[in-house]
Design a protein. Structure first.
Ligand SMILES: [Zn+2]
Length: 347
């Protein structure tokens, strides 16, 4: 029987309908892509083509010159200066702020202030995080943390997002593995909602939403993929897609900017292991992974935690999801976790 499941951190409902996995598929997926080259002379992110990107804002050295390069996105979602953030610039909130309750402002665009950077994860055109050596993965996370902190310190940034689109089904436009870092001039509604839910939970129960959620998942055990004293990786109870995974610190911290030095390497290796487990269990699969973190200025929010949401792109959103905002998955997370644990345990 299909089940409705609730996610207390986002307020969203999902449906787990395992029976639907047996539906006949008239439209099978396309053929797997040809394996990529180690280096592509036409790729702006490959070594030797550094002049094809804007100048780097951060370069970590490596054996062949650099290991990680962070550059401004040549085609940014956000960028530029100027007023226009709907939330108002930080520190300037007293400035006249248009109200969105007034029809007079509805059709007025705002300047898309903010910043959009790209972290080229390694010199290799082919290898993404699961293929990197431990030191290489650690360098990537160190670079991401440094840029997260730098963007969060800007006056025009109210929220920082990190994500990687791996593969065409995940929306990647360039094959060379890269993580995108976006500093937004506003706090996205979904982020506000997460914070409000944590606050409401604390007010009602006196507890910490994330601490209690982690404790409940660890107690149940059946959705845990990997856990140690520092990090927990699990298939969430109410997933949006089959084989969705969450990776979070065992001691909740609202902001990724507060990732401690001691946790950089363990986190890099845990994220690498989670992505590798998906590839082992599912074969090559396109994936989005997204870092969720508290808005700038809300680092001390109790009951929130930063976490990485990993979304394999095995299925497409269809009318029910688009119309209702309720995801349907055909793989119970309990089954996904069991398969991923087995994949990680295999030699
Ligand atoms: Zn390349």
């Amino acid at each position: 029987m299909p089940e409705l499941r609730y996610d207390p951190t986002s307020g969203e409902w999902t449906i787990v309908a395992a029976e639907r996995a047996t539906r006949q598929r008239e439209f099978p997926g396309g053929p797997p892509p040809a394996p990529a080259l180690e280096c592509d002379p036409r790729c702006p992110f490959c070594p030797g083509n550094e002049s094809q990107t804007p100048p780097a804002v951060l370069t970590l050295p490596g054996l062949s010159g650099w290991q990680v390069r962070v550059v401004p996105n040549k085609y940014p979602l956000l960028g530029g200066q100027g007023p226009g953030s709907p939330d108002g610039a930080r520190g300037a909130r007293a400035a006249r702020r248009p109200t969105r309750l007034s029809p007079a402002t509805w059709l007025a665009p705002y300047a898309a202030a903010g910043v959009h950077e790209v972290a080229i994860v390694s010199p290799s055109h082919r290898r993404w995080l699961p293929d990197l050596a431990a030191d290489e993965a650690t360098a990537l996370v160190a670079a991401l943390r440094a840029r997260y902190r730098a963007l969060a310190a800007r006056r025009d940034v109210r929220h920082v997002m990190l994500f990687e689109n791996h593969g065409p089904a995940a929306g990647a436009s360039l094959a060379h593995p890269h993580v995108q870092i976006v500093g937004l001039p506003l706090v996205p509604p979904a982020v506000r909602r997460r914070r409000a839910l944590a606050g409401r939970y604390a007010a009602r129960t006196g507890g910490s939403l994330w601490r209690d959620l982690l404790a409940a998942e660890l107690r149940a055990g059946e959705r845990i993929v990997a856990a140690d004293e520092r990090l927990v990786c699990w298939a969430p109870f109410a997933p949006h897609v089959p084989f969705e995974l969450w990776l979070a610190p065992r001691q909740p911290r609202a902001s990724f900017g507060d990732l401690s030095d001691e946790l950089v390497r363990p986190f890099a290796l845990a994220l690498r292991a989670a992505l590798a487990a998906l590839a082992l269990a599912l074969g090559p699969v396109d994936v989005n992974y997204v870092l969720h973190s508290a808005p700038v200025g809300a680092e001390a929010t109790d009951g929130l935690s930063w976490f990485v949401q990993i979304l394999p792109r095995l299925t497409a959103l269809a009318g029910f999801e688009l119309g209702g905002g309720i995801s349907v998955t055909t793989v119970p997370p309990e089954d996904a976790a069991a398969q991923l644990r087995a994949a990680l345990a295999s030699p």
